[in-house]
Ligand binder design. Structure first.
Ligand code: PLP
Length: 388
């Protein structure tokens, strides 16, 4: 079955009314026939029919046992971290999403959880970082914003051999491109704010578990901590996922053309995109992903923040904004925006220079997007000559 059919086939018709669009159950509680006798719903923090459709859908798409919807990607990540206890250690990818870094370092380290950051695209670094206290390996693949690829199957074997869990933040790939649980991961998290909802109109997070046992633990945490996704936002996310298969295909095709164009620009030093044969992990990406995704990054020949600021300010179709994964193209300067909360030395060691620019390639016609980047670079060159 194609991904697009699989998605649409797993969004049920409302059993009560036949509504083809999932009803929004905007209710906090459910009337019971007798104490404890009800239709499977008692209080909407614990369970809500609209949220349940989304949770079952993401579990199906990621081929896991259970899905859980949270108020944001970070709330989803937070729920996974609550599986740990004081004294446990985490090994995390070094160019981790900035908000996850902030949560790990500034909140969980206070509770006695230690985090070691390594380049998880290098298996030796992961192996060397494991101790008998390691309980969780945390990777993103592709990473943000340098699009490094980690070998999910190999790291999952390593995790199993050392009795720790592997969690993959699958936000950048989406299940239409990559299914980490089928490669051995124990948990998958998403910022559904990005590709899953796909229209830059909702903040949402998801967790999927590999086993029933992990599913029960996350269910307990979700209900106990309460960071759930509201019914309307659940509906928006379902509505977005309806077209995920089509969107990811087009995002990836546009992104590849843009990456190829950028490679020929003399102003540009390096283009980061797993779909390029020049990408160091291109073969691995081809193996574990169906599409290479919609994010392309590049840095400038001169590592000059002012130049990079001009390029991101001079585009018309690429809107200057944080976030990614929506139908409209976005451009951003990670060092000043998404990665500002990461200390400069760690940020630069992970390859995020002052002039690194990240594109979230949207669904506009790719010719128009390339024309936009060309004119922005031309305009920046002129501005540079004028001020030189
Ligand atoms: C955006 C993002 C998050 C955080 O998600 P929110 O929905 O903004 O809380 C986590 N991981 C990655 C890779 C992201 O891009």
């Amino acid at each position: 079955m194609s991904e697009q059919t699989n998605i649409l086939h797993n969004i049920p018709v409302d059993a009560l009314t036949g509504a083809i669009s999932v009803p929004i159950y905007q209710t906090s509680t459910f009337v019971q026939e007798a104490p404890g006798v009800h239709k499977g719903f008692d209080y909407a923090r614990t369970n809500n029919p609209t949220r349940q459709v989304l949770e079952n859908l993401i579990a199906k798409l990621e081929e896991g046992t259970h899905g859980f919807a949270f108020a944001s990607g970070l709330a989803a990540i937070d729920a996974v971290l609550k599986l740990l206890k004081s004294g446990d250690e985490i090994i995390a990818v070094d160019d981790i999403y900035g908000g996850a870094f902030r949560l790990f370092t500034h909140i969980y380290e206070k509770f006695g959880i230690r985090v070691t950051y390594v380049d998880t695209s290098n298996l030796h670094e992961v192996t060397n970082a494991i101790t008998n206290k390691t309980k969780l390996i945390w990777i993103e693949s592709p990473t943000n914003p340098t699009l490094k690829i980690s070998d999910i199957a190999a790291i999952s074997k390593l995790a199993k051999a050392n009795h720790c869990l592997l969690c993959v933040d699958n936000t950048f790939a989406s299940p239409a491109a990559q299914k980490p649980i089928t490669l051995g991961a124990d948990l998958v998290v998403h910022s559904a704010t990005k590709y899953l909802s796909g229209h830059s109109d909702v903040i949402a997070g998801l967790v999927v578990t590999r086993s029933k046992e992990l599913g029960e633990k996350i269910k307990f945490i979700q209900n106990a901590s309460g960071g759930i996704l509201a019914p309307f936002d659940s509906w928006l996310t379902i509505r977005g996922i309806e077209t995920l298969g089509l969107r990811i295909k087009q995002h990836a095709s546009n992104a590849l053309e843009i990456a190829r164009y950028l490679q020929q620009e003399d102003f540009i030093n390096q283009v980061y995109y797993p779909g390029l044969t020049s990408h160091p992990n291109h073969e691995l990406a081809k193996q574990q992903q169906r599409y290479f995704g919609g994010v392309v990054s590049f840095d400038l020949k001169v590592d000059d923040k002012a130049l990079a600021r001009n390029i991101v300010s001079n585009t018309t179709y690429f809107k200057l904004a944080e976030s990614l994964g929506g139908v409209k193209s976005l451009i951003c300067l990670p060092s000043e925006m998404t990665h500002k909360s990461i200390p400069e030395s760690i940020r630069k060691a992970a390859g995020v220079s002052d002039s690194l620019i990240r594109l979230s390639v949207g669904l506009e016609d790719v010719e128009d997007l390339i024309t936009d980047l060309k004119q922005s670079i031309q305009k920046t060159k002129k501005q540079t000559l004028l001020t030189a």
